[in-house]
Design a protein around this ligand. Structure first.
Ligand SMILES: [Zn+2]
Length: 324
């Protein structure tokens, strides 16, 4: 991970010249017969754009998102996540590389902001959902924590450290808790900040509308715990809990999964495979190739700053697959 200052310098430079720098890299890769693709992981899209320095999960501005989708549509072949590894295997020299646009978490902005932009661009995408808000408003612990922090509430009852510290440090502390402690903290946060707003999450009708628009729905597990830390029985339960309910709303079997917090290992992949998933996505950056474990596929985080930075990150991921 780059330090903050270096990351900002890179982002500023690539915002200016990234598209120009990426073009020859992508063109050279396209001439090759490299069999590769790239999955991208988006979260919240909305306005005003957020700020990483004080937000756990900032919004990516809608105008930048639309520009990124336009760029990707022009240079790459957009496919649903379930098709990515096959599309990479089928690719021939001269053809564009396949890219899968994916979203994690049940966020209202998926339906209200991201989906209309994707529909206008005729771009396929995959939404990895927990189903936690199908019937009622639901916010994730990090959304409640963000509100508590924004309102400067006393966070000492949470027992995870100072209210004044870096919010990302607090977030990592919560992520590292045992599952039961994190569930308790979610409840405590609920008492601190009050009920989740009526527009929190995706109701069944929003998920049905995404499917009606042709988007793919995948699973993100109902409780969103980091899976590598779970005991065997909890891990199997995470693969099953809430899945049937979401499948009923989505109108079909969920065959793809994105692991919460992008975290998985061989044991998690084996549990996902045993549960009938055919593709599983992590948060590790890198390309997807026919040699990838289908249950441990990499995903690249798109730039929150520019099209240029995204262009370079995707082109470099594709090029890295050529040397493998
Ligand atoms: Zn998530």
């Amino acid at each position: 991970m780059l330090g903050g200052a270096r990351r900002r310098a890179r982002a500023g430079f690539l915002a200016a010249v990234g598209v120009t720098l990426a073009a020859p890299v992508e063109r050279a890769a396209r001439r090759s017969a490299a069999r590769a693709g790239v999955a991208l992981v988006y979260h919240r899209v909305g306005d005003p754009p957020g700020d990483f320095s004080r937000e756990l999960l900032p919004a990516l501005g809608s105008r930048l998102f639309a520009e990124q989708v336009r760029y990707l549509s022009a240079r790459y072949r957009l496919v649903p996540a379930s098709r990515l590894i096959d599309a990479a295997a089928e690719r021939r020299a001269g053809e564009p590389f396949p890219v899968a646009i994916t979203f994690d978490d049940d966020l209202r902005s998926h339906a209200e902001t991201a989906a209309p932009i994707l529909v206008r661009a005729e771009a396929p995408a995959t939404f990895f959902l927990t189903g936690a808000s199908l019937r009622r408003p639901h916010r994730f612990w990090w959304e409640r924590l963000q509100e508590a922090r924004d309102r400067d509430l006393d966070l000492r009852p949470l027992g995870i450290g100072s209210a004044r510290g870096d919010i990302h440090v607090l977030g990592r502390a919560v992520e590292a808790l045992p599952a039961r402690r994190r569930d308790e903290l979610h409840a405590t946060l609920g008492r601190l900040v009050g009920p989740d707003p009526g527009n929190a999450g995706l109701r069944a009708e929003h998920v049905a509308a995404l499917v009606a628009d042709g988007f793919e729905v995948g699973f993100h597990t109902r409780r969103h715990h980091p899976l590598p830390g779970l005991a065997a029985a909890e891990l199997d339960a995470a693969m099953a809990e809430g899945r049937a309910e979401l499948e009923e709303v989505a109108g079909g079997r969920l065959t793809t999964i994105a692991y919460p917090h992008g975290r998985a290992d061989g044991r998690v992949a084996a549990a996902a495979r045993a549960a009938g998933f055919i593709a599983g996505f992590t948060g590790s950056p890198g390309p997807v190739t026919p040699a990838s474990d289908p249950l441990l596929l990499c995903r690249v985080s798109p730039s929150y700053a520019s099209v240029g930075e995204l262009a370079v990150d995707v082109a470099l991921a594709v090029r890295s697959a050529m040397s493998r």
